[in-house]
Design a binder for this molecule. Sequence first.
Ligand code: AMP
Length: 283
Amino acid sequence: MRIVRTTKELQQQANQWRSNGLTIGLVPTMGFFHEGHLSLMREARRQCDRVITTLFVNPMQFGPNEDLDSYPRSFERDQQMAEGEGVDLLFCPDPSEMYGEQFQTKISLDKVSQGLCGADRPGHFDGVATVVTKLFNLAKPHKAVFGQKDFQQLALIRQLVADLNFDIEIIGHPIVREEDGLAMSSRNKYLDANERKIAVCLSQAIGQAKKMLADAGGSLPAQEIITMAESMIEQHPECSVEYVSIVHQSTLRPMEIADGESVLAMAMKVNNKVRLIDNSPLC
Ligand code: AMP
């Protein structure tokens, strides 16, 4: 596996692969790999001749009071894990390589950035859209794989690709969960043993929501599910709701009536310190 730290070398390698007729699959990440990340790499490996994984904790997508400095990092372990999945190139630039002193461009999407995580994290999705645009221009992928765990991010990238005519197929990959149902996340590392145990309330709320919808014959007022999920989270004094929403799976618009096209999307903070998200279609 080749390790590349400069944008120029990445572009040169991508150009060479393309001129040899090879397809390129891209997996953008912030590192500290877990099975969720590896499943995306495997999917890219399955679908493409060459796999590029990027490992970049993107300062532009963190707010001033967020966890940029403490975000978990473990380069050597990540390197071995990516190599184990047959990744061909790991791109891990310094922030100064990605954002020179004169950097001044921002990609901003209107509607899809509103609400959900966009409401709690102003500017976050501008940072995501900007860095992903740069990665598309650098890695020149035919396909790019993103996790459904970051449901709003995936919708944003699909919109970005459509709006800016990127000739890239976006693949959404299912959420990989721990045995008890907790969605895998690099941020789970911040949880102590007690917090880890109660964090499962998000996925339990998803299970309960699916059951409520099935019992109601396939549709019911969204507020009933929202109230249930909020109380499942807030039964733990350590947990506070950031949002619980029922939105349409493709438009992300809030729905009054939950049905087979709905997604339950949630974010909570544990002990006001660790922010966790989860979501699931309710079909
Ligand atoms: P991150 O390193 O957290 O920015 O995530 C990099 C990519 O991995 C994103 O496309 C995420 O949606 C995806 N991802 C993170 N956690 C999971 C998971 N538990 N299952 C599937 N994909 C995930």
